[in-house]
Design a protein around this ligand. Structure first.
Ligand code: SF4
Length: 383
């Protein structure tokens, strides 16, 4: 079925989501002639430079930073800012697929989708408390590509590749070449899982596991499913949001064939990330019996308002997706300009609770290095 051969259900989805469908950039619509390219082609044609991104969006003449000109004024920014920007991008390259780009408003340097992916000179600022491994991943790696932090669950770092590079990513400096199943053989990770019969749930994470081709993914899923003690497979992915056509019938078949309960956890921070195509592909997963949860990160200038998060949570539950976590930003080096004070996060949560049904409320949490669970953030005034 092509994107345009929609079922009745998909038509309904489109109708329900109309108000959130952003106008696609004309050139994107023309280039695609209304069709959807294979997800691997979508990966290949992604924008890989901040300069190109700015140029496509008509932002050449704007300030390099959108944080109120802390590092630069208008009119293109200072040379110092430019150097810092070059260093930021070298440390963590730009990667933005056209499918995501088409949802960004042109000529708006503060667009909440753009701010998630556009390199910023502020990333080069050294800030106290912001470190390379904020959640202590490297301390809980008993074998290459395995993180075993929580009771009964283990995480496989499947690959270092992602379908988009989020500038606030807590794994932006993760040593994927030594510590992922893409850089290493999966054997040590499988050996570990086989020996640890207390592991009931395996998380496929990364990077993004859905950047792996179907055959590799199938081998991984089958290898994990062979362990009788493993009952559940959780797939942590942003691919259905940034390159929705990755959710194919073949992918769903691979997951359905596994003798495991499969759960998806996607990552959406702003309601405008959910366009009709994304919602239609997520509906395919849910219709196939795969529950979909969402985790969002609280990000300054992007979703740190009651209205934005209310809209996001309502849109998610309208489409049968459960808001799961709202994460306080992990304090990774280079992301300090995205941090929202906890007091503000708590105030937003208090107001959200008045506006949303209980099942639409995400849990506000922080991940602390060395802890054996996520830590809920609750107000001492109003627990
Ligand atoms: S998709 Fe996830 S792992 Fe990849 S850059 Fe974004 S936050 Fe990081």
């Amino acid at each position: 079925m092509t994107h345009h051969e929609t079922t009745n259900q998909s038509d309904e989805i489109l109708a329900r989501s109309t108000e959130f469908v952003p106008p696609a950039l004309d050139w994107f619509r023309e280039e695609n002639c209304g069709s959807v390219v294979d997800w691997r082609i979508a990966m290949k044609r992604a924008i890989r430079s901040g300069h190109e991104l700015r140029s496509i969006l008509g932002l050449d003449g704007d300030a390099l930073s959108s944080n109120g000109g802390q590092l630069c004024g208008g009119g293109g920014g200072s040379e110092k800012s430019f150097d810092r920007l070059v260093r930021s991008e070298k440390a963590f390259p730009t990667f933005v697929p056209l499918e995501y780009l088409s949802r960004i408003r042109p000529q708006d340097p503060n667009d909440p989708l753009l701010r998630q992916v556009l390199p910023d000179p502020n990333e080069d600022a050294e800030m106290p408390g912001f470190v390379t491994d904020p959640v202590g991943d490297l301390q809980v790696m008993p074998a290459p590509a395995i993180l075993h932090k929580y009771h009964g669950r283990a995480l496989v770092v499947t690959t270092g590749a992602c379908g988009v590079h989020c500038r606030y990513c807590f794994r932006r400096e993760f040593p994927y070449s030594e510590a992922s199943a893409g850089g290493q053989s999966l054997e040590p990770a499988l050996k570990y899982l086989g020996e640890h019969t207390e592991v009931e749930e395996v998380l496929l994470s990364g990077g993004d596991p859905l950047t792996l081709v179907d055959q590799r993914l199938q081998e991984m899923v089958e290898a994990i499913a062979q362990f009788e003690h493993v009952k559940r497979l959780r797939v942590h992915t942003r691919m259905p949001i940034v390159i929705p056509q990755r959710v194919t019938g073949e992918l769903i078949e691979i997951l359905r064939r596994a003798s495991l309960a499969v759960w998806f956890v996607v990552h959406v921070n702003h309601p405008r990330e959910l366009d009709a195509h994304v919602l239609e592909r997520l509906a395919r997963l849910i219709d196939a019996g795969i529950p979909v949860l969402n985790q969002a990160v609280l990000l300054k200038g992007i979703n740190d308002s009651v209205e934005t998060l209310e809209q996001l949570c309502n849109l998610l539950v309208n489409h049968r997706i459960q808001p799961y976590y709202l994460h306080q930003l992990d304090r990774v080096r280079g992301a300090s300009h995205f941090e929202v004070p906890v007091e503000k996060g708590l105030a937003i949560m208090r107001e959200l609770r008045k506006r949303l049904p209980g099942y639409a409320m995400p849990e506000y949490v922080v991940e602390e290095s060395g802890e054996t669970s996520k830590t809920p953030i609750v107000s001492s005034l109003n627990p």
